[in-house]
Design a protein. Structure first.
Length: 308
């Protein structure tokens, strides 16, 4: 799907005109791909890389444009089951216009705390990169909230599904760390090639802000990843310790239950045994005491261990 945008009052707004300085292709069909390849002369491999979620970020120069591949978060849905994924996107900066290719339809220029006015396609490109960082930060806050909720549920439940959910979040943070690192390299290369790309002084300063924000976002994701990894290790140790304690108590219960059975089995044999005096009831009570007193002692010991 194609969307046209123009720059008005320092902002990126929708436009109905087919000839606009900003064009976004969301999950382009075959006709739109042919337009990108044949008319805009975009390299086919670079176009495919823009839609490949496993493609690393990079900056390449073509005869009439610069191709930037960067990473952005995939829009989260319930079907992802707490797994936050990363997609690739392509930005093709020409002298007087910008073409963006993404794999899904999503707002690209809205949001973010940096309310900066843009005056050129190169400024729109930098705003797009900053919006991507803001998107990552929003997902990191969501992951942090989910982690706190899962931690509370794990404290009161022994089900494996909560541990699996934590593992999915930990896996997501690994994807995000790799994507943020890749975007940081792209931003550094953009700054190094700023004169060649025709960036103004204000846009170079914005690039510095992007590098700082991306680094802070990376550090935040790294902290969340370390905390989540430590939480998983601690939870596994606690579960293992609780299992050992439960098995020890169950073993004590089994031994206590087996003792009356053993005593009763021995004195029920059809042969002469001590205390086998049919004229007295004392042997019966002695056998019962031998059977049940150890059981009572085992119960008291179990109760004592359970209070620790």
């Amino acid at each position: 799907m194609r969307r046209n945008y123009e720059i008005s009052g320092g902002k990126v707004v929708d436009s109905a005109s087919p000839s606009t300085p900003i064009v976004v292709f969301s999950n382009p069909n075959e006709e739109e791909k042919r337009h990108l390849l044949d008319e805009l002369k975009i390299d086919e491999h670079t176009l495919i890389s823009s839609l490949d979620p496993d493609e690393p970020g990079r900056l390449e120069f073509e005869p009439d444009h610069a191709a930037i591949i960067f990473k952005r978060p995939k829009n989260y849905s319930a079907e992802d089951r707490l797994l936050f994924k990363v997609l690739s996107a392509g930005a093709f900066l020409f002298r007087d216009h910008l073409v963006v290719v993404v794999a899904e339809d999503a707002p690209l220029f809205d949001g973010g705390k940096l309310n900066v006015k843009v005056a050129s396609p190169s400024g729109v490109l930098l705003k797009l990169l900053y919006r991507t960082i803001a998107h990552f930060l929003g997902h990191l806050r969501g992951i942090n909230v989910m982690t706190d909720e899962l931690e509370q549920k794990i404290n009161t439940s022994m089900q494996n599904k909560y541990l699996i959910s934590l593992f999915s979040l930990e896996k997501s943070l690994v994807y995000y760390l790799n994507a943020l690192h890749s975007n940081g390299l792209v931003a550094e290369k953009l700054k190094a090639c700023a004169p060649k790309l025709g960036f103004s002084t204000e846009e170079v300063e914005m690039l510095d802000d992007i590098l700082i924000e991306n680094n802070q976002c990376y550090k935040q994701a790294e902290i969340y990843s370390q905390v989540l990894s430590s939480l998983m290790d601690a939870r596994a140790s606690i579960v293992s310790n609780n299992l050992n304690a439960v098995m020890g108590r169950l073993t004590l219960v089994m031994i206590a239950i087996m003792w009356p059975t053993l005593v009763c089995g021995i004195f029920s044999m059809n042969m002469a045994l001590p205390l086998s005096n049919p004229q007295s009831h004392a042997p019966f009570w002695i056998v019962m005491a031998l059977a049940w007193l150890p059981l009572l002692a085992g119960y008291l010991l179990y109760w004592k261990l359970g209070k620790r």
